[in-house]
Structure formats: C-alpha cells, structure tokens
Design a protein around this ligand. Structure first.
Ligand code: AMP
Ligand code: MG
Length: 435
C-alpha cells in the first residue's frame, strides 16, 4: 500500500478524491452484530458466505418440454416414447431415459438421468404415449447442470459485501435467515454559525434554519452510517472546540460552515488547536471549494472516549501508532455541503461501514443548450437529465448559487464541467454524475 500523502493547501478535485481514498483504504469497520435477513438491506456483510450445497442442487430444466438424449433427436422429425413426467419439486427415482425415450418436463424440474437436453414444448406434439420432436437440440441445451452456479463450499459472497436485493437473494438461497453484519459507523454532524438556529425554534429576521444537519443525516444513512447530530455550534472558539471534541468521540466528524476565509470562519482554527493534521484545505471545485479533510490523533484524542471496535482500531492495525479520528469540514452553503459529501465523504463512510468504497461513476449525455462558465475550477452543477431511452439529454437546472437547495431538489444529476472549459455548445457530449 502506498503511503498516505501529506498534502496541505488547495488541491485538484482528482487529488482530493485520491487522498480520501487512500485514507479510506486504511480504516476498517467496527464490531459485528446479527440482523434478520428482512432488515439486512444496506448493511455490510461481516463474514464470508459459502454455498451449503451444490447450486443448482440438481440439473434444472429451464424450459417446459421434453427431456431427451440429444443423439436421439439429431435427425428430425422423430418419434420418442414418453415414459413419465418430471415436475418442479418432485424427484421420481424410477425415471431413467434410455435410447428412444423422452420424459415430459417443466421449468425448474430435475432432468432425469440419461437425458442430456430439453426440447421446448413449442417444437413437439404429443399423441398418447408418443411425442413427435420437430427440432434438434445439442447436448446441455435448456438445462443448468448441477453445481454450475456454485459447488458446495464455494465462496458466494465475501465479507465487505453490501447487502442489496441480489445479495440478499443469495443469502436466502443458502438458508441464512440472520446475517452477521458490521455495526454502522457513527458519524457526528456539527453545524456551525451564529445565524444557524435549530428547526424547533422560530428564526429571527437574520437567522437561518439548520438544514445541513438533516441533509447530511440523510446522506449518512444512504451511505450506510448512523448519524449523530450535535447541537449547532455558535461562532465562539470555546464552545466550538468543546463540540468538536464531543464529535471526535464518534467514528467520523463532519462539520459544516465556518471553513471559508471570513472573519468568523473558526473551524480550521479550532481543529488546529486540537493538533489536527490537514490533508487538504480546499479543492479546485465549485460548489465546495473550501472543503477540508484531516484527522486528529494522539494528543487530540486524549480524554475523548474511543469506542472499542471503532474506526480507530483499524488505523492501529494499519500501523499508525496513535488513535486517529478523521474529520471533514464542509462549506456551509447547503448545495456545497451536499456536493462535497457525495464527492469526498461518502467513500470514507463506506470504508468505515466495512465495504470497499464505490468509485464515482461518470456518465455521458448530450448537452441540450449552451453553457458558459469561468475557467479554473471543476464544476458540479445541478442539472436535469431527460430524454427517452438511450437518447439522454442534459441541461442545467435554474439556480441561484450554492445556497439554492431548491435547485438541487429540482435536479437529478450534476453536470460536470472541466476546469479548462469556458463555453460548451449544445449537442456536445458532456460528463455527468448521478445524484
Ligand atoms: P459558511 O460556510 O459558514 O460561510 O456559510 C455559508 C452559507 O451557508 C451561509 O449563508 C450560511 O448561513 C449557510 N449555512 C451555513 N450552515 C448552514 C446550515 N447548517 N443550514 C443551512 N444553511 C447554512
Ligand atoms: Mg458561517
């Protein structure tokens, strides 16, 4: 594993993402707990699962028709003697096909011994005990051999697998009614700013309701973490510091607001006082340029309850001496907060949840109308992907800047504009990131 780079300052989008990914590869998940299969969606498997028997457990017909010997139907039409029936769920031990014979068979039923193919019912006609076969089949056609999907004992899913509908089906097919999963990482959320008030109070004329704690909590849940909301921190160094310390008791701390260059942007200073190490203090992106990523270890961790089995243990395992807590300082503008979570925080939450972080998947679509921007920053702008079937078209959502969370709600993706483009013309293929 390459060593974790020690960047400070403002880095490109790609470098920022790589720095987070490197650190994410060094953390591991917490304790293991057991959940019922019905409530396992979105959790991460903590132990490997193997096939408890061959899959399929018998040679399984994939069509309704007649089980035959392919050699018997090499020339068609041909008459075969029907000696019985194989239906799903029943295994007739007496059935054994010899030359000139066939067995009526249904989808999902076991292929009787002696047969090596199934002729689809559409190409047959039965009269009494004889069936006329009108089309040839090759050996192994229209059935799945026993053990073709997996042999007994073969690994089906490794630890770290995200449980989704397909993987839950696999667990069910090997009879796991409960699954060992990793405890969800606890992600502290600390919104900052004198103007930010709790949504339970009625805001004064210059006050803003705290929406970031809630959007982040929703994003954390989606990424497989458990949000731990903290009270809003005012722009007061002492109070901010004690809330940061509280937040560092979780597996990861997310701060919002207070990371820009304003007089009251106190977050970086507060973290620095706690001997934080910064991996970057900005990324060349818009929205989200002031985003900060770093960790507190050693002295900063002193006096902070480090939970057994938390993300920290992972770092010790990876050879880092002191307990380590990662944090992100996200810009306070609601759109910037959400975008920087998607771009940088999500992989860390996934890693702490025990899974391999998912790469960002960029897609291409045709631009619907011209776009003008300034150069220098990589832009992730709220946009609308539309068009029928394969004819995807994209256009910018109308928006009033990084505070316009309603624009994001109208959008369904981000249009990605490279830092060197000033003008993109309608009809060009452009990159997008789904949200
Ligand atoms: P800051 O990053 O602190 O300079 O804040 C940038 C903008 O985002 C300001 O207009 C803030 O009022 C707004 N903002 C900061 N934190 C929140 C929050 N938790 N909820 C909603 N808006 C916020
Ligand atoms: Mg502020």
């Amino acid at each position: 594993m390459s060593s974790v780079s020690q960047h400070t300052g403002i880095v490109s989008f790609e470098d920022a993402r790589h720095i987070v990914e490197q650190h994410a590869s060094r953390v591991s998940a917490g304790d293991v707990e057991s959940v019922g299969l019905l409530s396992s969606s979105g959790r991460v498997l903590a132990e490997p699962i193997s096939a408890d028997r061959d899959l399929p457990p018998f040679p399984r017909a994939t069509r309704d028709g007649y089980a035959v010997r392919a050699a018997d139907v090499a020339r068609v039409p041909v008459q075969l003697a029907v000696i019985g029936e194989s239906k799903a769920g029943a295994l007739d031990q007496q059935l054994h096909i010899t030359p000139g014979q066939a067995v009526a068979i249904m989808t999902g039923a076991p292929l009787p011994p002696g047969a090596d193919a199934v002729v689809m019912i559409e190409y047959t006609s039965q009269a009494g005990q004889a069936v006329e076969i009108k089309r040839s089949v090759t050996a192994r056609e229209n059935y799945v051999p026993r053990g073709a999907e997996a042999r007994q004992g073969q690994l089906l899913m490794d630890r770290g697998t995200l449980l989704d509908p397909a993987t839950i089906a696999i667990a069910a097919s090997v009879g796991m009614s409960r699954l060992p999963v990793f405890r969800k990482p606890r992600i502290a959320v600390l919104s900052t700013g004198d103007e930010i008030v709790s949504i339970e109070t009625s805001p004064g004329p210059a006050q803003i309701r705290n929406s970031n704690t809630y959007s982040l909590a929703a994003q954390i849940l989606e990424a497989g973490g458990e949000p731990v909301p903290l009270p809003v921190a005012p722009d007061d160094p002492g109070r901010l510091r004690s809330l940061i310390e509280e937040g560092l008791g979780s597996d990861l701390l997310l701060l919002t607001g207070g990371v820009s260059m304003g007089k009251y942007d106190l977050v970086e200073q507060g973290l620095a006082e706690l001997k934080a190490e910064f991996y970057f203090t900005g990324a060349q992106i818009q929205p989200g340029r002031p985003v900060v990523f770093g960790s507190c270890g050693g002295p900063c961790g002193a006096g902070i309850p480090v939970r057994a089995g938390g993300g920290i243990a992972a770092n010790t395992r990876a050879g880092m001496p002191a307990p380590h807590k990662y944090f992100f300082g996200l810009p306070g503008n609601p759109v910037s907060t959400m975008v920087t979570f998607e771009l940088f925080v999500r992989p860390m939450v996934q890693a702490l949840a025990g899974m391999k972080p998912r790469p960002l998947i960029f897609l291409k679509a045709r631009l619907k109308s011209d776009v003008r921007t300034k150069t220098g920053l990589k832009r992730f702008l709220p946009a609308l992907l539309s068009g029928e079937f394969e004819n995807a078209e994209i256009e910018l959502a109308r928006w009033e800047g990084s505070g316009d969370v309603a624009a994001l709600a109208r959008a369904n993706c981000y249009l990605v504009i490279p830092p060197d483009r000033e003008q993109i013309t309608a009809g060009e293929w452009v990159s997008l990131l789904m949200r």
